[in-house]
Design a protein around this ligand. Structure first.
Ligand code: C2O
Ligand code: CU
Ligand code: CU
Length: 515
């Protein structure tokens, strides 16, 4: 049966990734959903027809998880309960990942965050357009035992978002220990696979020691380059296997890794069909041979399994794209070594096509609407602001500055409801995925100031999708990326930073101020 034609026009069904469907790749992985762990949130629930306000308790706590079958690992996890509102708004992940939060455009959401960790923390809603005091910023971190009250209205269109902690200097380790979850916004969308056919895949990596415990940054190089775990961990487990029927699916990908920018391919060599980036539907579906996904980026894929045979497998393969085009300790460019990129794919997830009737579907002709702004709307069209990314004195910098809380420079001050052109110029030897809080921007150009790393870029370039809106953009060494940013009407201070969490923690983060 084909779920596609049956989607409620108002988008009231969600599977949405809902189902961080997971069944570890053990021999008992089977098509029988009841054999999967009961806590997967696997079967889709149905959101109530009438949107009503939502009140949640969300907490972060130390606990244990089985990341690798049979091994108990100490982790941190988000957990949540619905106090008031639709019970289907929170679906457990079945792993160390936080529950998936299902909200709707226009909905009022109140969340009490309780910090049950032995260290300070705060929750940031990555990609959501909210006021400064709702954004979960480093300055709002609360002490162990304390709470933080959120109360905001969902102002973003339907799409794939996530939440993670943001205490200054501790974000990387807290995310690594397990603090992250999906936030799916529902609402009016074109007809896309829904219910069981809407699944989420959270891509991360971990290094697990022989004692079963997580290993994190040990060396100066880990700190400088960003920490890359030795094993891919997807939806919170190694060797993730997902059963699918011979039907079209929406697969919401989130790169939740600390530092690994991934180049993703299908094992069959077929193209990846992207329908949304960073929470926003693309104007039209876009086929790529491989897909580049930096930490914090999301891409929703459309995959039609109807042409597959029962029993056939499709593997999602991931390669690390790390390059160092010069010395980390030196002045950046010019010092050529290690700038070649050898893609070395490993399996991030395996989709197993179960015995089912083939039911093909097709994508709607048009998906999202074209952005309502462009570079010609910019108030500084003749003089884009320049943010220089650099590496020196064993640290990463933005315009020779690091995190200074609410100290902003002139160029970091912007007018509410204006569009500005910003340029990120990467003079450091490695790539940096740059994120602006609460802003969906357009990438308007990518040029080279220094093309020493152009060879490695050429290997992944076709996997960059810049045609829609983004909230995180990859800046390769030597590149100058221009973005057009609509600064909406929330005044105040908002962070922008590298989403390599070790870079963010060590200060590659600044605020901009909207006045
Ligand atoms: Cu995922 Cu400051 O953000
Ligand atoms: Cu953010
Ligand atoms: Cu960085």
């Amino acid at each position: 049966m084909n779920e596609i034609g049956r989607r409620d026009a108002l988008g009231l069904f969600f599977g949405a990734g809902a189902a961080l469907a997971l069944s570890a790749c053990s021999s008992d992985a089977s098509s029988d959903e009841t054999s999967a762990p009961t806590t997967t949130g696997g079967s889709p629930a149905e959101l109530e027809a009438e949107a009503r306000d939502l009140t949640l308790n969300l907490w972060a706590e130390p606990t244990t998880a089985e990341i690798t079958p049979g091994v108990t690992t100490d982790v941190y996890s988000f957990r949540a309960e619905v106090i008031n509102g639709d019970p289907a708004s929170v679906t457990p992940s079945g792993s160390y990942l936080g529950p998936t939060l299902h909200v709707r455009t226009g909905q009022r959401v109140r969340i009490t965050f309780e910090n049950r960790l032995p260290e300070e923390s705060i929750v940031h809603w990555h990609g959501l357009v909210v006021a400064q005091d709702q954004d979960g910023q480093p300055s709002d971190a609360v002490a162990p035992g304390a709470t933080y009250e959120y109360d905001f209205v969902i102002d973003n269109p339907p799409g794939t978002y996530w939440y993670h902690p943001h205490p200054h200097g501790r974000t990387g380790e807290q995310v690594y220990k397990g603090l992250a979850g999906l936030l799916i916004i529902h609402g009016e969308e074109p007809l896309l696979p829904s219910g069981d056919n809407d699944i989420a895949v959270v891509l991360q990596d971990r290094t697990i020691g022989s004692d079963g415990q997580l290993r994190y940054v040990n060396t100066m190089h880990d700190q400088m380059a960003g920490f890359v775990g030795g094993t891919l961990v997807t939806n919170g487990v190694t060797d993730l296997t997902l059963d699918v029927r011979r039907e079209p699916y929406r697969i919401r990908l989130l790169n939740g890794a600390n530092s690994r920018t991934q180049y993703l391919t299908w094992s069959t060599g077929q193209p990846l069909t992207a329908i949304a980036t960073d929470g926003t539907l693309l104007p039209g579906a876009t086929d790529v041979e491989g897909l580049v996904l930096t930490p914090a980026q999301r891409t929703d894929l459309w995959v039609d399994f109807s042409t597959f045979e029962s029993g056939q497998q499709l593997e999602l393969l991931s390669s690390d794209t790390f390059i160092e085009s010069g010395s980390m300790m030196g002045n950046g460019m010019g010092n050529q070594f290690g700038s070649d990129l050898d893609l070395d794919p490993s399996v991030a997830a395996t989709f197993v096509v179960i015995d089912s009737e083939s039911s093909p579907g097709s994508l709607p002709d048009s998906l999202g609407t074209a952005p309502s702004f462009g570079p010609t709307d910019a108030v500084n069209g003749d003089s884009p602001k320049q943010m220089i990314l650099s590496t020196r004195r064993a640290a990463h910098w933005i315009n020779d500055r690091q995190w200074e809380g609410r100290e902003v420079s002139d160029i970091e001050t912007v007018g509410a409801n204006t569009v500005e052109l910003w340029e990120f110029v990467n003079q450091s030897p490695m790539a940096h995925p740059i994120h602006l809080h609460g802003k969906s921007f357009l990438v308007t150009s990518r040029t080279w100031d220094d093309d020493s790393a152009a060879g490695s870029w050429a290997i992944i370039e076709s996997g960059i999708i810049d045609t829609g809106l983004r909230d995180t953009v990859l800046v390769w060494p030597g590149q100058r990326i221009q973005i057009a940013v609509p600064f909406g009407d929330h005044r105040g201070y908002f962070p922008y930073h590298c989403h390599i969490l070790e870079h963010e923690d060590s200060g590659m983060m600044r605020n901009f101020r909207v006045i």
